[in-house]
Design a protein around this ligand. Structure first.
Ligand code: TRP
Ligand code: SF4
Length: 326
């Protein structure tokens, strides 16, 4: 029996951090046996944010290394770069013909984005069409499952509407893709805000382990805990949130010892930094290995391209025939 297909994209707008690893990357890797997986690097989607493209080749390579180090097995899964499979763009163009502008203008991520745009010209057409291209990314493989964080759910809502409309007009070509809500590991940034490159509060996957350890020691803690003898409140402490992910066994103990001031923050962080390194060591080892062989990574991407292309071309043949473009 053929496996259900799954598509999972990451935008190479910069280096990825441990939040990406504990969320999307590991999650997709864990689904490789259950689904036929198409993890990819959404470099066209990165262009909705980035106009200086000089770092794009490097970030694309780094994200590929991260996918592989997180456990994506190139034998099982098709790892590729979006722009290497131009059929995504062809399908996206055709989908725009059945997608009302109003659906896209209503999209919450679009509305948020245009709020903080400073360009005089306003949003690009590409930004408006972001969900259309994303739809093409998924349905060109006739995928039914898309692991995403909550922020991407509105995009897939639009994807399903586009699919329904397309199938209604031209006959049933595509299945409706469903989001597989990914439990995004609750890892705040080092300063307690959302972990984000723009806040400069990330632990990057490319950071050497020593750097990751140093960053843990610099994390903010419960701001009300000033003296060592002050009791702490783990509920407001980002270090505690990390213990939940990297040191779950000791969480009840740390909770008690923090509230009673039996442990100090420095010891608490030292403990965390050790657990974090222990947990991430297999990842770091694989990453060092892949990073030392960029040509091998490029080979994996080239192989992924040819496998993805084959499926994409079959779908486009169906699409052209359904739309009488054949
Ligand atoms: N929009 C996704 C994000 O920012 C990236 C993405 C592009 C994607 N195309 C996709 C994710 C297709 C899943 C499927 O995270
Ligand atoms: Fe946070 Fe640990 Fe300090 Fe408590 S002891 S405030 S959990 S760092």
């Amino acid at each position: 029996m053929e496996k259900t297909r799954l598509v999972s994209g990451v935008r190479p707008t910069g280096l990825l951090h441990i939040g990406h690893l504990e969320g999307m990357l590991k999650n997709t890797a864990s689904l490789q046996d259950k689904y036929e997986c198409y993890p990819f690097i959404a470099d066209w989607h990165a262009l909705t944010d980035v106009t200086d493209t000089s770092h794009l080749p490097e970030y694309t390579l780094q994200v590929a290394i991260d996918w592989l180090s997180a456990g994506i097995d190139p034998e099982k899964s098709t790892l590729f770069v979006q722009s290497h499979v131009p059929e995504h763009a062809e399908l996206s163009t055709l989908l725009t013909m059945v997608t009302p502008v109003s659906w896209l203008e209503r999209c919450p991520t679009y509305k948020d984005k245009i709020q903080d745009l400073d360009q005089r010209e306003g949003p690009s057409t590409g930004l408006l069409e972001y969900p259309v291209l994303m739809t093409a990314d998924v349905i060109i493989y006739k995928a039914e499952v898309v692991p995403v964080g909550g922020d991407q759910v509105p995009h897939l809502e639009i994807s399903r509407e586009i699919v329904r409309r397309f199938n209604h007009l031209f006959g049933k070509v595509f299945p409706e893709p469903q989001p597989l809500l990914t439990e995004i590991a609750a890892l705040p940034g080092l300063d307690g805000r959302k972990m984000s490159k723009s806040y400069n509060n990330t632990i990057d996957l490319a950071d050497p382990p020593e750097t990751a350890q140093k960053k843990v020691m610099q994390m903010v803690t419960d701001p009300a805990r000033v003296r060592r003898t002050d009791p702490g409140n783990p509920d407001v402490c980002p270090v505690f949130a990390y213990h939940n992910v990297y040191n779950p066994d000791e969480v009840p103990q740390i909770d008690r010892d923090c509230r009673s001031a039996a442990i100090g923050c420095v010891d608490c962080k030292r403990n965390l930094s050790q657990k974090l390194i222990t947990t991430l060591t297999p990842f770091y080892e694989k990453r060092a290995e892949w990073a030392s062989k960029p040509d091998r990574v490029r080979e994996v991407l080239a192989d992924g391209q040819s496998r993805a292309e084959k499926v994409a071309q079959e779908t486009m043949a169906d699409v052209r025939s359904a739309m009488n473009l054949a």
